[in-house]
Design a protein around this ligand. Structure first.
Ligand code: DX5
Ligand code: ZN
Length: 230
């Protein structure tokens, strides 16, 4: 393996693609299969056109895994729910700058709750939106689909955006995770990591094939290389 090979990414399977009729079982299975984080997609039918998971579900799932719960808030406004999800057991709370008028205040609130704070950039959100708050974040989440649904096609323009954010992060000298969300699969995972991503969300690619396939799904994403065909 060449010395320049970046480290294998963390994999954050999105339970949006799990069987909702047995979520506890699904979280245990994906944890045992090697998931690094559990990605929870929270949608409110207002910021995005879908309705999914509330704090009570996160609280119910918390005993099923010791892995970090990576909670992606697609809700507007986000501030009141930040506290509810923190109490429910979230470890990382990520918000979209467009979800409320006071991103700085929201990030302060997440930090004050003792949780890791993330900012999510939609495909059309300027990268500069994160610059004024970069010193407050533990994670940047790049959307490679428009948020709202699992199973959408990967948007290629996310790649140069990941590379630009990698440069921005490196200039801070801080250990900020760079996560990619939407349409990630073994065909693009290697290129995402080469561009500077450290965490890959995998909904469809994490849960496809049912529990017997989860370990292989995760291993294939971790082992992906840039030259792999889409
Ligand atoms: C989309 C969500 C994603 C989604 C990813 O709004 O934020 O996390 O579950 O699903 P796939 O991997 O199927 O694109
Ligand atoms: Zn997500």
């Amino acid at each position: 393996m060449p010395a320049s090979q970046p480290p294998a990414p963390k994999i954050a399977p999105s339970i949006l693609s799990a069987d909702f009729a047995k979520l506890g079982e699904e979280v245990r299975a994906i944890d045992a299969a090697g998931a690094d984080w559990i990605h929870v997609d929270v949608m409110d039918n207002h910021f995005v056109p879908n309705l999914t998971i509330g704090p009570m579900v996160v609280k119910a799932l918390r005993p099923h895994s010791a892995k970090p719960f990576d909670v992606h808030l697609m809700v507007s406004p986000a501030d009141a729910l930040v506290e509810a999800f923190a109490e429910a057991g979230a470890d990382i709370l990520s918000v979209h700058p467009e979800a409320g008028p006071h991103l700085h205040r929201t990030l302060m609130r997440i930090g004050a709750l003792g949780k890791k704070a993330g900012v999510v950039l939609n495909p059309a959100t300027p990268i500069g939106a994160v610059e004024p708050v970069i010193d407050m974040v533990d994670l940047l989440l790049v959307m490679s689909v428009n948020p709202g649904f699992g199973g959408q096609a990967f948007i290629e323009s996310a790649l140069p955006r990941i590379a630009a954010l990698r440069q921005l992060i490196d200039r801070t000298g801080r250990d900020i995770e760079l996560e990619v969300d939407g349409g990630v699969d073994p065909g693009n995972a290697g290129r995402l990591v080469a561009a500077g991503a450290t965490v890959l969300v995998a909904g469809t690619a994490g849960f496809r094939g049912g529990p017997a396939a989860y370990a292989d799904n995760i291993a294939r994403l971790k082992a992906a290389r840039p030259e792999m065909p889409a």
